[in-house]
Design a protein around this ligand. Sequence first.
Ligand code: GLP
Length: 260
Amino acid sequence: MVVVDHRRTSAGFALLVVPDTTSAALQVAQLLVDELQQQRQPLGLATGRTMEPVYRALVDELAGWSSPARARLLGSWQSFNLDEYMGIGPGHPGSFAAYMAHHLVDPLGLDPARVCLPDGLAADLAAEALRYSRALAAAGGIGLQLLGLGLNGHVGFNEPPCGPEAGTRVVDLCPTTRAQNAAAFGGDPAAVPAQAITLGLAEIRAASRIVLVVTGAAKAPVLTRLLQEPPSPALPASWLQGHPAVTVVADRAALQEGPG
Ligand code: GLP
């Protein structure tokens, strides 16, 4: 059993402290199962390395379920991803569409039409951002929003500086973000697309519940900032303060704490 330490931060977040990445993944996978069982609003999903063990844990958990129980849980799946690179499509291994196919759609046998992402190959980017935000609104907005944390404090691709009212839109990616995500593009930051469509902080903050997952020592500096600094455009994730239901799931490495 995973030992979880429940705290509340001065920024108003519920903080779940777990020993390591594996424990974080198990905790978050369970939250996703709980949310899917209620099936009220679409899930908001993130990509990135932080979510890989989370999605693996979800797939492993459901592999132990009977087929009817799985079918019941997954039958009305609907999710909206936070973001997608522009200029590449699902056939590109670096696209978030390919990531979702690999980590969730294929292993869970989901209907791809129910796993929504912006279309990276859209000819008119602004129109695609508008279409995506309207599709989300028509589906009822996000229920549980899963978030990772960028090294520069971004959530989704809401790069600093960013205010709390920013909506779904086309964004230019920061050099730090392109470097952070270069591994999926042969290690070359210049090969990472320069633009993306992201859900805005407005749509993220409108979610019923937010779960921010932060693991690994590399995230310690930005997590420290998030837990200590007042909200500001310099740290987009800081606008999660004030939301009534934010849970931060962090491992001891990200919190710079030794084994408990
Ligand atoms: C990426 C994505 C986010 C992700 C974050 C953290 O750029 N746009 O959705 O959560 O940055 O990525 P990672 O988990 O790889 O550290």
